[in-house]
Design a protein around this ligand. Structure first.
Ligand code: GLN
Length: 477
């Protein structure tokens, strides 16, 4: 049964359709795998055994009756624990929301339920999605299934590890500066950040609202096309969602990439890349060329400013978004005696937030404060415009951009926790897409000699997810 859990969803779906496998059997196998592996890996904050089995049984009964079901009905999924699901806890891996039970479903969760995918549980993350290693979780780190002494990437490390360890066939995460693509790369699975606005963020706990986007983790491009199709679409509840029809992404998977123009940004192949990462990404590009794509070098000249600009903009937005956690309505409230409400706020926030979240609230408050706003926030916003222009110019010349997802493979737990700047530098190749609102996908392209996965990132223009998927599918074969 374990092998089944490593099959892509489109194959599982066939087994379900042919009634060679029931959804209940599949969900039980996943739960069994979670029981066997998750003590060590800690991908899940909570497992929703009863709920998942109930959906599975319902799908099996409807199928037995010959009812027409949504195409992927009965294939279980895992959700990052910053997505609201009615009646379950949404902790964001923070003490602040440890006991918060969502009163409603996020739009993506409602769509997952309508697609009849049993929800296995909520996955671990860096607190409020702030981090690149899942070590900032208040409930303990997630470990990389390929080497449990190493981090899975972050912040959606739980979702990436769950898929990589065969505990879930696919999963959802969120990506503000790389939090889907980087853990996908480090765990050897596929992960996509769609175009800003392609997927509704209603019910995603906000970190940095102009950057946040929800996206899938899968084993291959076909599954990615399927899950993106399920979650994408306009939503009147998210004013930033794009009002454009959702294409049938599966139709893009023609396998034909001949004549597709790929740009290789020279700024992404610089000193600091791990040599084995660089070699694997270059080999992947060579394979894409053999498949018929045309490869040329391009320049994205402002790349080196992306990460500094990102850490100004995301902290500024976070300081505002996280102001709501004051211990009054639903977040953690101190039990200590307090003299007045200000002390209550202060104590509750001091107890509820972890160090990284506090650091970002302070940085964000600083960059927005009078006298510093122009020097930091405004400058970062201008850099953001320059990054957008870099990509606009590139996409006049090429169809897609191909580069590493992360400069390094998974590092050891604890290796970078003492130096936040070193951790931030892991995001050099992912943050610019969020700043420009562009879609990007990380796909596996080999392993290091030590057996650590390496990811190659494919970047597209606005709403060009289809072309990204076509190249990914052709490459993955
Ligand atoms: N690693 C980045 C950060 O720490 C990205 C996080 C994310 O995409 N949620 O902010």
């Amino acid at each position: 049964m374990v092998e089944i859990l490593f099959q892509p969803v489109h194959q599982l779906t066939e087994l379900l359709r042919r009634k060679e496998l029931s959804s209940e059997e599949l969900v039980r196998a996943a739960l069994e795998r979670i029981r066997a592996r998750d003590g060590e890996i800690h991908a899940f904050n909570c497992v929703l055994e009863e709920e998942a089995l109930a959906t599975a049984r319902q799908v099996d009964q409807l199928r037995a009756r010959g009812e027409i079901l949504p195409p992927f009905a009965g294939v279980p999924i895992a959700l990052k624990d910053n997505l609201c699901m009615a009646g379950t806890r949404t902790t964001c891996s923070s003490r602040m929301l440890e006991n918060f039970v969502s009163p409603y479903d996020a739009t993506v969760v409602a769509k997952i339920k309508a697609a009849m995918l049993p929800i296995l549980g909520k996955t671990n993350l860096d607190e409020f999605a702030m981090g690149s290693s899942t070590e900032n979780s208040a409930f303990g780190p997630t470990r990389n299934p390929h080497d449990v002494t190493r981090i899975p990437g972050g912040s959606s490390g739980g979702s990436a590890a769950a898929v990589a360890a065969g505990m879930a066939p696919w999963a959802l995460g969120s990506d503000t500066g790389g939090s889907i693509r980087q853990p996908a790369a480090l765990c050897g699975v596929c992960g996509m950040k769609p175009t800003y606005g392609r997927v509704s963020r209603y019910g995603l706990v906000a970190f940095a609202s102009s950057l946040d986007q929800i996206g899938p983790f899968t084993r291959d491009a076909r599954d990615m096309a399927a899950l993106l199709g399920i979650i994408a679409g306009h939503d009147p509840r998210d004013s930033t969602s794009i009002n454009q029809p959702v294409p049938d992404y599966a139709r893009e998977l023609s396998g034909d990439v001949s004549g597709m123009k790929l740009g290789i940004p020279k700024e992404y192949f610089v000193e600091g890349n791990h040599p084995e990462v660089e070699a694997a990404v270059r080999a992947a590009i060579a394979t894409m060329e053999q498949l018929g794509a045309e490869v040329r070098e391009i320049s994205l000249p402002h790349t080196s400013y992306a990460t500094p600009a990102y850490y100004i903009i995301c902290t500024a937005e976070a300081s505002s978004n996280l102001a709501r956690y004051d211990g009054v309505v639903y977040s953690h409230r101190t039990r200590e005696p307090v003299a007045d409400i200000v002390e209550m706020f202060r104590k509750s926030r001091t107890e509820g937030f972890g160090d990284e979240v506090k650091r970002r609230i302070m940085l964000g408050t600083y960059v927005l404060s009078a006298g510093f706003y122009d020097a930091y926030y405004l400058t970062a916003s201008r850099v953001r415009t320059l990054l957008c222009r870099d990509f606009e110019a590139a996409f006049k010349e090429v169809d897609l951009v191909v580069c590493p997802t992360s400069p390094i493979p998974a590092f050891k737990l604890g290796e970078k926790t003492a130096d936040p700047l070193e951790m931030y530098l892991c995001d050099v190749y992912t943050t610019s897409l969020n700043l420009a609102g562009l879609p990007g996908m990380s796909i596996p392209c080999g392993k290091t000699r030590e057996g650590l996965p390496i990811g190659v990132q494919i970047i597209g223009g606005v709403l060009r997810e289809g072309e990204i998927l076509r190249l990914a599918d052709a490459y993955l074969g």
